[in-house]
Design a protein around this ligand. Structure first.
Ligand SMILES: Cc1cc2nc3c(=O)[nH]c(=O)nc-3n(C[C@H](O)[C@H](O)[C@H](O)COP(=O)(O)OP(=O)(O)OC[C@H]3O[C@@H](n4cnc5c(N)ncnc54)[C@H](O)[C@@H]3O)c2cc1C
Length: 468
């Protein structure tokens, strides 16, 4: 046993320090199975004091730390590198709700609470925690904050950055910053919590957070509509925003290729419309007013039909039908995983540029890689698309995957030409360090490095992530 391991044993209970390679395996591998870490130690502290003691110990022994929550990162952010020098620090045992203040509309919980549990706790209090992502049964509060997660309700409620009011963070040297304020207004200098939101564990370990809760909607309407092209999606989006205002919670764009994968790989799924359509949108309206919303949505869709923006629609007649429509959308990532490897992009452009981006980028890609298959879907109301590429034939696809750099260059050059971002949701992790270096403004990158240097001068926090 190393001196470092012995020191950790002084801090943690037996269940809090894992050395068994079998138990470590799931923590060393990412969700997509793309990265294999080599860590031989996993610390699972039970509280903030233990987390601080572990970080002090790592600081003293100069051992790098990889914070981990639900390990659903899609960019290799949550797993260590292969060399085996790093300690994985999982917050999964820290799951308590510390405070619920319904009058203030806030909940304070620990970083290992599942996102699904946070949603349930809000619901039980008659309120809503609106962030929703397909991985919510595994993703945890520390992870969704550290990735600034988005999801399907950003259009109305914003991403994690706008849902977090306060944070408790253990800094790389083991100091605890308690910033668990539940304030909507606080102009006392720099807003430090924003440094840690989306920092992918490179600046410290988040141990608890105070998040905003909202009134619980009492009426809902959900529809799956057929669209000829992304341009019509924008027309429909505009109409819905003009007529429904903030009742429009979600507006998701789904290509037929994306739906086809779900229908192929997920048993008991079927298309919501009678005929295939190049594109579809999944629309969700919610209101605190209990008056039914379906009729209003149908009226708007009839208007869209007259304009030829849509060609067909299926409006859910029950909660179960709405859930079935959402299931199709939420299973796209899983269906892609089952289909096999693809070159994935998680980009954003101004909403107005979505049709241009899809049209121009697809055309260039088809020129360079004839027969390429685009699986495109995303939160089009936020200008965010998952733009994933593969070849339908498995053997051809194995060769195509080696073209990742060339494909990325085409996609990301188009994104930057339209003043977009190469990562709208999933972050940089290990996957996009080179791309960040290439595309980020040099002044901005230098400032980021200075912030990292100031908070983590020894470079111990999640090395190799964000910065190569
Ligand atoms: C099927 C599927 C669907 C998804 N859909 C979406 C989606 O719609 N929108 C979206 O934004 N993402 C999505 N994701 C990506 C992923 O779920 C999110 O990035 C999520 O926020 C990660 O949470 P996690 O708890 O799994 O964090 P992890 O994967 O464990 O960690 C993510 C990053 O945060 C750091 N970290 C974790 N905990 C802490 C902590 N306590 N303190 C400091 N740093 C920490 C890690 O080091 C890592 O860099 C999806 C993933 C899957 C598998």
């Amino acid at each position: 046993m190393s001196i470092f391991e012995a020191a950790l044993r002084q801090i943690l209970d037996p269940a809090g320090l894992i050395t068994d390679p079998v138990l470590l395996a799931a923590h060393n591998r990412d969700w997509r199975g793309r990265y294999q870490g080599g860590a031989q130690l996993l610390a699972m502290p039970q509280n903030t004091a233990q987390t601080a003691a572990v970080l002090r110990c790592c600081h003293a022994h100069r051992v790098p730390v990889v914070p981990q929550a639900g390990n659903t990162s899609l960019c290799g952010g949550s797993v260590p590198r292969a060399q085996g020098q790093e300690l994985i620090l999982s917050v999964a045992r820290m799951q308590r709700c510390r405070a619920l203040d319904t009058a203030n509309g806030t909940l304070t919980c620990e970083a290992g609470m599942l996102l699904a549990t946070l949603q349930q706790q809000a619901t039980q209090a008659g309120l809503l925690f609106p962030l929703s992502i397909a991985s919510e049964g595994s993703a945890q509060v520390g992870g969704i904050i550290s990735t600034n997660a988005g999801g399907t309700a950003v259009l109305r409620y914003g991403n994690m950055r706008s849902l977090v009011l306060g944070l408790e963070v253990v800094l790389p040297d083991g100091q605890i910053w308690c910033g668990l304020r539940g304030l909507r207004k606080d102009n006392t200098g720099y807003d430090l919590k924003q440094w840690f939101i989306g920092a992918e564990g490179t600046l410290g370990v988040i141990t608890a957070a105070t998040v905003r809760l909202f009134p619980q909607p009492r009426s809902h309407a959900t529809a799956w509509v057929a669209l000829p092209a992304p341009a019509q999606a924008l027309e429909l989006l505009r109409l819905l925003q003009d007529t429904c205002g903030e009742r429009l919670s979600s507006f998701e764009l789904i290509s037929q290729n994306a739906l086809d994968l779900v229908l192929r790989h997920l048993p008991q799924t079927r298309s919501p419309l009678s005929a295939p359509t190049p594109w579809a949108a999944l629309i969700q309206l919610d209101d605190v007013d209990p008056q039914p919303l379906e009729e209003r949505l149908v009226q708007i869709l009839e208007q869209a039909l007259e304009h030829h923006w849509i060609s067909d629609a299926s409006v859910a007649q029950s909660l179960a039908q709405a859930q079935t429509l959402w299931f199709l959308r939420e299973q796209i990532s899983e269906a892609q995983r089952l289909e096999g490897v693809s070159i994935k992009h998680d980009i954003s452009v101004p909403v107005s540029q979505i049709p241009t981006f899809i049209q121009a980028t697809s055309a260039i890609l088809e020129q360079h890689f004839p027969g390429i298959r685009l699986v495109c879907f995303g939160h089009v109301g936020d200008g965010n698309l998952h733009f994933n590429l593969s070849k339908p034939d498995r053997q051809e696809n194995s060769a195509f995957i080696h073209q990742t750099a060339a494909v990325n260059r085409i996609v990301h050059d188009q994104v930057m030409a339209l003043h977009g971002s190469i990562s709208a949701e999933h972050g940089i992790g290990q996957l996009k360090t080179g791309e960040l270096q290439r595309y980020k403004d040099p002044v901005e990158l230098a400032l980021m490095r200075q912030m990292k240097q100031m908070l983590d001068p020894l470079g111990l926090m999640n090395p190799g992530k964000i910065f190569a």
